[in-house]
Ligand binder design. Structure first.
Ligand SMILES: Cc1ncc(C[n+]2csc(CCOP(=O)(O)OP(=O)(O)O)c2C)c(N)n1
Length: 398
């Protein structure tokens, strides 16, 4: 984008500053502009005369969390293009939905993520070096190279391993919530999905079961308008995703997914409702996937550049930045200092993560059966014997 200052450590990762003025209202591309919003596109507080209830430290924390995702996206794409990771799923443009929803949870709550929620794991404390090691298939990371890159898990923060199979995580999330209900454990599970997942049978099964059982789960849909190359308009004949909640007897909320404060406020209400026995909520955060589906995708082949430009002008980080500027909580030098610190953290994460050892060969056979079957034992012994005197190819963990 033009008109933004150069960034010291990694110019390609910049969050846009300035640029074309956004439209006064923010119509979604589907379903009309009935979105809940607390910040105008210019960062003006819309939540009433009492002013923002969010303390300054919280606002800065949200800004840092969003910026970290944006910067990491740029760095990870670079690593992918350099051949240092095989695959990466970006979330540029969706940072407010990710951070706002994550910030509504308590540490003891659970997360059933979809593809774009690595930022939720980071918010919940996942060390960057572990995120990098996962993407590089290192033995230092729990999945030991046996998951696709970007399929993070983080037991310490109750962040379940991402399931590639679209929408299955919603049933896992309901299962977690029902287990908590039985144990009288006052936790909530946030189960994430994209718009594409609403076409899966598992979406409907999960919402139905959660509704009947009043399970303490929040379904958080990042409606980023695209499911790879399928636009949202071709995904459903419903007016919105939120409206689907009616069928399952739960509230459906449609929030501006590029307004981090509105997302946090709505997710917070849904989480507290679930925690206090009020049952599930379906939240639709209307946002936009600004880059490709993943590092393997070329979105210029199926969508209009003007649409992307429109959403670039609705940048979620820029909206909070303007709000912070208006409150006197941020200026250019403060932002540069935050960015420099985040870039240094990412660089260190890459250094440490990449230095991890490849997983041991035995890991091909571990962690599935408590005791290997005779056939697997035979295969393991043959494999270990085969490679006893040979170097494994570099990067075999991928
Ligand atoms: C059951 C199933 N069908 C198809 C795929 C291939 N696939 C991977 S991601 C994706 C699109 C998902 O779109 P959406 O749910 O909107 O999430 P987004 O990627 O936009 O965040 C598809 C079709 C899959 N992983 N699982």
């Amino acid at each position: 984008m033009s008109g933004r200052p150069k960034h010291k450590s990694a110019p390609e990762t910049a969050a846009p500053r300035g640029g074309a003025p956004p439209p006064a209202t923010i119509p979604s591309t589907h379903g009309g502009d009935d979105l809940i919003r607390l910040l105008s596109p210019e960062g003006v507080w819309l939540g009433g005369s009492g002013g923002s209830p969010f303390p300054p430290s919280r606002l800065i924390e949200l800004f840092r969390g969003m910026l970290r995702i944006r910067l990491l996206d740029g760095r990870m794409l670079n690593l992918q293009r350099q051949g240092r990771i095989g695959f990466f799923g970006q979330s540029t443009g969706q940072e407010a939905a990710i951070v706002g929803s994550a910030a509504a949870l308590k540490p003891e709550d659970w997360v059933a993520p979809a593809l774009r929620e690595a930022g939720v794991a980071l918010w919940r404390g996942l060390p960057i070096e572990r995120l990098i090691a996962q993407c590089m298939g290192k033995g230092s990371e729990v999945s030991q190279g046996r998951q696709m890159p970007c399929h993070h898990s983080y037991r310490a923060a109750n962040f379940i391993s991402m399931s590639s199979v679209i929408a299955t995580q919603l049933l896992h999330g309901v299962g977690v919530a029902m287990a908590a209900q039985m144990k009288k454990d006052p936790i909530v599970c946030m189960a994430y999905l994209g718009d594409g997942a609403t076409s899966e049978p598992d979406f409907h099964s999960a919402l139905n079961l959660a509704g009947v059982r009043k399970a303490p789960v929040v379904f958080f849909c990042q409606n980023n308008q695209w499911a790879i190359s399928v636009p949202f308009a071709k995904q459903t004949a419903s007016r919105s995703i939120a409206v689907k909640a009616v069928a399952y007897g739960m509230p459906g909320v449609r929030v501006d997914g590029n307004d981090v404060l509105a997302v946090l406020a709505e997710a917070g209400k849904a989480v507290e409702r679930a925690r206090s026995g009020g049952g599930p909520t379906l939240i639709e955060a209307v946002t936009y996937r600004r880059l490709g589906h993943s590092s393997s995708d070329d979105p210029t082949r199926y969508r209009d550049a003007d649409e992307v430009k429109l959403w670039e002008a609705r940048d979620p980080i820029d909206r909070l930045r303007k709000h912070l500027l208006s409150l006197g909580l941020l200026n250019q030098s403060k932002e540069e200092a935050i960015e420099e610190e985040l870039q240094a953290q990412i660089s260190e994460g890459i250094r440490v993560g990449e230095a991890g050892k490849e997983p041991p060969l035995e890991s091909l056979f571990s962690d599935v059966f408590a005791e290997l079957t005779p056939q697997l034992r035979e295969q393991r012994d043959a494999t270990l014997a085969e490679f006893a005197h040979r170097e494994l190819p570099k990067g075999h963990g991928h």
